[in-house]
Design a protein around this ligand. Structure first.
Ligand code: SF4
Length: 449
């Protein structure tokens, strides 16, 4: 049985295939989830999956084909499968095997708009990514997520009911002077907040462009939610880091502006205010880890959600697409250390093995053994049974509404349940959130010339 990836190298909607292929005999990297993790509608697919003799492509692919191929035939060209680079369980390779696209959150968000002929869009990633697709989709394009419990922990610490009270206090104090810049890792509700204040969305690849643009508007900037990307961006732009103020840890609950470090005086003098969330995957890296590898002649590349001390020492810093391009361009004999999500590094390591260069994970410093480590556990809640189940249920017109992604949904990732806006509220939210996304696209495209 062939397990190669039958995709061409032509970019689809601006996204080029990774070309990663499943390896015969090598078990799929997947922690089997307990059955009670699945929605009742998806549980039968999980039971079948758990009953397979092993996780090798030889076992999994014929089972998966039995559900995915009929759905592909049923929907034809109207079906679009999407996955993020960080997906575990070989979903990246599986999605490409079925003709889907794999990329970072910026490129994924543009996919519905780039391919208006796609009417059924199924994403294996976290909720904010699927919602970003939905925000830019046409009305006749329906977006689905394979597992509604898949959330980004950084976004989960910046829900609208956490950020809005702080934004209200800041708006009361600074009025029209306040401008919100929302990182892509936010819900549509926070992107709409950015739009309402005249602000923009940004990603890790264009945060410097967006913040630079925002500073030129002479506003009081409020960067949500990643404090580290905010600090790294400020450092890149030469801003005075002493005049950054990080708001209290959102896990501590409500606060008053007077409680912020330095009090109201610090807030008034701040060049930029930062929401206090972060990514648990990227903040495990330390400057000592970078030094350890560099002392042994390795080139260290990191993602800008890492801490400033790590970013300042690294040999290269950039978005997930930047990191993958470095892997694509690596030459035989190169030695790369990558500080980002573990499944991504695992795929890069295999690519290096195939093409004659070495890749290690930054967190392996001093451990003496290879480990994929630091995976995005919440994103990996999307697994082969979720993919098979949602596609089969969509084909039968029985897909659970809990997997349907509408702009403005607020998701409880413990249950997967969503608080849904009514049509009028949603239209209003889409208008503001789109404005902030469009602004980002304009700023980014203008910089590209
Ligand atoms: S790696 Fe971090 S920022 Fe990215 S989706 Fe996972 S938790 Fe969110």
């Amino acid at each position: 049985m062939s397990t190669s990836t039958p995709t061409s190298n032509a970019p689809v909607g601006g996204v080029a295939p990774t070309g990663l292929a499943l390896e015969p005999g090598l078990p799929i990297c997947q922690t089997d989830l307990p059955l009670d993790w699945y929605q009742p509608e998806l549980r039968p697919y999980a039971e079948e999956y758990l009953a397979l003799p092993d996780r090798t492509p030889e076992s999994v692919l014929p089972w998966l084909d039995g559900y995915v191929r009929p759905a592909m035939e049923h929907f034809g060209d109207e079906l679009l499968l999407l996955a993020h680079f960080y997906m575990g369980g070989e979903i990246v390779k599986l999605v490409e095997r079925y003709g889907g696209s794999v990329s970072d959150s910026y490129a994924l968000a543009l996919q519905a708009r780039a391919q208006p002929e796609k009417k059924v869009i199924v994403e294996s990633a976290v909720h904010f990514m699927a919602e970003s697709v939905a925000l830019l989709a046409n009305e006749d394009q329906a977006v689905w997520i394979t597992n509604p419990k898949a959330g980004c922990t950084m976004e989960m610490l910046a829900k609208d009911y956490m950020v809005d009270p702080a934004a209200d206090m800041l708006l009361e104090r600074y009025g029209d002077e306040l401008m919100v810049v929302a990182y892509m890792n936010t819900s549509g509700r926070i992107k709409a907040l950015a739009g309402r204040t005249g602000g923009a969305v940004c990603t890790s690849s264009n945060a410097h462009l967006v913040v630079d643009w925002a500073r030129q508007q002479n506003k009081k900037l409020f960067f949500v939610p990643d404090q580290h990307l905010g600090i790294n961006t400020a450092a890149r732009l030469g801003m005075d880091l002493e005049r950054l103020v990080t708001l209290p840890d959102p896990r501590r609950g409500a606060f008053r502006l007077e409680d912020v470090d330095g009090g109201l005086a610090a807030l008034d003098q701040a060049e930029m205010l930062l929401w206090g969330s972060e990514c648990g995957v990227h903040t495990v890296f330390s400057a000592d880890m970078v030094r350890w590898w560099q002392a042994r002649g390795w080139r260290v590349l990191v993602h800008p959600e890492s801490k400033l001390e790590v970013v300042e020492l690294a040999d290269g810093v950039g978005s997930t697409n930047f990191l993958w391009n470095e892997v694509v361009q690596a030459k035989p004999g190169d030695r790369l250390v990558i500080g980002t999500e573990g499944h991504f590094v695992r795929n890069a390591r295999r690519e290096g093995k195939r093409r004659g260069f070495e890749v290690r994970h930054l967190a392996e410093a001093g451990t003496g053994h290879a480990a994929s480590g630091c995976g995005c556990a919440t994103m990996s809640r999307n697994d082969p049974p979720h993919l098979a189940g949602i596609l089969d249920l969509l084909r039968k017109d029985e897909a659970p509404d809990i997997c349907r992604v509408l702009a403005g949904d607020s998701v409880d990732e413990r249950t997967g349940r969503r608080d849904r806006l009514d049509n009028t509220e949603r239209a209003e939210l889409v208008r503001h959130a789109r404005a902030s996304l469009e602004r980002m696209i304009e700023i980014t495209e203008a910089a590209r010339g």
